[in-house]
Design a binder for this molecule. Structure first.
Ligand SMILES: [Zn+2]
Length: 114
C-alpha cells in the first residue's frame, strides 16, 4: 500500500519523522522496504519489511519507539518493583497507610492480652 504515513528515524538529524512513504524494492539484501526522504536533510530513509523487520534499526534508534517501549514497560510494572511506587504514588501512600493500620492493630492486640 503506497502513501501510508509511518515513522522514520533519521540518524544524521537524530529525529523521528512521521512521513508519507512508499513500498519499494530496494535491493536483494533489503528486499522490499518503506522508503521516504528526511524533510530536514533529504537523506533517503528506509523501514525494513517482512522477514527483515526484526533487523530494522528503527526499533533500536528511534526516540519515539523507545518512548513507546518504555511506556509499555510501565504497564508491566508490578507491586514490589521499586518503580511501582514512583509510577503509582497514591497507591504507595494507601499501601503504607494500610500497613500502619495493620501494625497498630497488631500492637493493640498484643497489648490487650496483658
Ligand atoms: Zn535528516
Amino acid at each position: 500500500m503506497a502513501g501510508s504515513v509511518i515513522h522514520f528515524w533519521c540518524h544524521p538529524c537524530r529525529q523521528d519523522h512521521p512521513l508519507i512513504s512508499e513500498k519499494r524494492y530496494v535491493n536483494s539484501v533489503i528486499g522490499n522496504a518503506w522508503v521516504s526522504r528526511c524533510p530536514t536533510c533529504d537523506k533517503t530513509l528506509y523501514r525494513l519489511r517482512d522477514e527483515m523487520a526484526g533487523q530494522d534499526p528503527y526499533f533500536r534508534l528511534s526516540k519515539y519507539m523507545r518512548a513507546q517501549v518504555r511506556r509499555n514497560a510501565d504497564y508491566l510494572v508490578q507491586p514490589g518493583d521499586p518503580r511501582f511506587n514512583i509510577l503509582y504514588p497514591q497507591h504507595a501512600k494507601d499501601k503504607n497507610r494500610q500497613e500502619d493500620l495493620a501494625e497498630r492493630k497488631t500492637f493493640e492486640d498484643i497489648q490487650s492480652r496483658y
